[in-house]
Write a protein that binds this ligand. Structure first.
Ligand SMILES: Nc1ncnc2c1ncn2[C@@H]1O[C@H](COP(=O)(O)OP(=O)(O)OP(=O)(O)O)[C@@H](O)[C@H]1O
Ligand SMILES: [Mg+2]
Length: 252
């Protein structure tokens, strides 16, 4: 049977000759929210960039399976067509392109047939209502003068319109902004359905006050050192990463 989960097997990745991921084994299940946590520099974004197919990240060995395909053998556009969504894969600012136009282009890029405009307008309206996004927002130029929170809103709206089967959200940069965290969390909570899996990456425990993950994984020095349920996030909140870093050092 072809697995609907995203399955990462013994993944080793280097950046500019330096080994960053040292054998990641991780399964992200459809219909669940998984959280990937870990201290700064542990390799979380490296994993996200690798899944996205960023050319700077060299896969030394390992496999990533999704819907019967080895994702690592696919180009970034083919990954998107397969139903993978990565939060930061889209441009910062495009002058003269409205949010609405951008979303339509992004949607048509992953579909085999372009969606007729009236149908797209209907879909966009429905998702904007679901996410409580103001009508005016869709007419603004993408990211031009957007606050951190508005950028997150555009990103979550994009996820809503694309309806991916597996979404990977790297929330590093929004780490300090509570508004952004709340927008991401509410968006994920509203959009989650049995046909979608989400991996939320953060080093910021506070995100998990808003998103209730089904699974929590902790990455330290390019390895998953602990996996568990919600209780693992609480454990981290009370004791921090220090003890786990020491344990990882002993094992290395
Ligand atoms: N493009 C790059 N060039 C050089 N080094 C890199 C590059 N990307 C990542 N690294 C190095 O890889 C290591 C892991 O970085 P990564 O960004 O994956 O960590 P992270 O877990 O996402 O951290 P944070 O919580 O701060 O976002 C760091 O030591 C970083 O300096
Ligand atoms: Mg990061």
């Amino acid at each position: 049977m072809i697995s609907e989960d995203l399955v990462i097997k013994d993944l080793h990745v280097s950046v500019e000759g330096q080994k960053i991921l040292n054998g990641i084994d991780l399964t992200i299940r459809k219909g669940e929210v998984s959280a990937l946590m870990g201290p700064n520099g542990s390799g979380k974004s490296t994993l996200a960039y690798t899944l996205m197919g960023h050319p700077k990240y060299t896969v030394n060995s390992g496999e990533v399976w999704f819907k019967g395909k080895n994702v690592l053998e696919l180009g970034p556009d083919e990954r998107a067509k397969l139903g993978l969504f990565l939060s930061f894969q889209y441009p910062q600012e495009i002058p003269g392109v409205s949010v609405s136009n951008f979303l339509r282009t992004a949607l048509n890029a992953v579909k085999s047939q372009p969606m007729p405009i009236p149908e797209f307008v209907k879909l966009l309206k429905e998702k904007m209502r679901l996410l409580k996004v103001d009508d005016k927002f869709a007419r603004r130029y993408l990211n031009e003068g957007f606050s951190g929170g508005e950028k997150k809103k555009a990103e979550i709206l994009q996820m809503a319109v694309l309806q991916p089967e597996m979404a990977i959200l790297d929330e590093t940069d929004s780490g300090l902004d509570i508004d952004s965290l709340r927008i991401v969390a509410e968006g994920v909570n509203n959009l989650l359905n049995p046909g979608m899996g989400v991996l939320v990456i953060t080093h910021y425990q506070r995100l998990l006050n808003y998103i209730k993950p089904d699974k929590v994984h902790v990455m330290i020095k390019g390895r998953i050192v602990r996996s568990g349920g919600k209780e693992l996030a609480h454990e981290l909140e009370s004791m921090g990463y220090e003890k786990m870093v020491k344990e990882a050092d002993v094992r290395a």
